[in-house]
Design a protein around this ligand. Sequence first.
Ligand code: THU
Length: 129
Amino acid sequence: MSDDLFAAANAAMAKCYAPYSKFPVGAAIRSASGKIYSGGNIENASSPEGWCAETSAIAHMVMDGQSQILEVLVVSEKQSKITPCGGCRQRLAEFAGSDTKVHLCDANGVVETLTLGDLLPAGFDRDDA
Ligand code: THU
């Protein structure tokens, strides 16, 4: 079911730019249109200026005119069940719901599926402000 997302995330991971951490990550998003957007982490010599795979994928989605995330998958060749960092959880929450599935993987595929609400309970929402 999420095989297409897994393939897209792996293809993106292969194109990441992670010469400093040597920790490649790939992410894939299924948008409301059904289209899949993927991305890899892109690092920088000035380390805070790099960004995560999930952020790359979100940028591709938004620049293609989509703004609703239905499903997310993240993979790293170096870590089983990598989960989105705190900043990416907040970025995902901008375009997803608390019940949006986030698939965590090993090298062979999905090993656990959580929801964004599991990963970001009581997250900041401008409606709460
Ligand atoms: N990284 C991601 O791309 N996504 C995550 O969810 C966690 C961390 C990247 C950032 C950095 O390029 C590398 O992993 C090591 O921290």
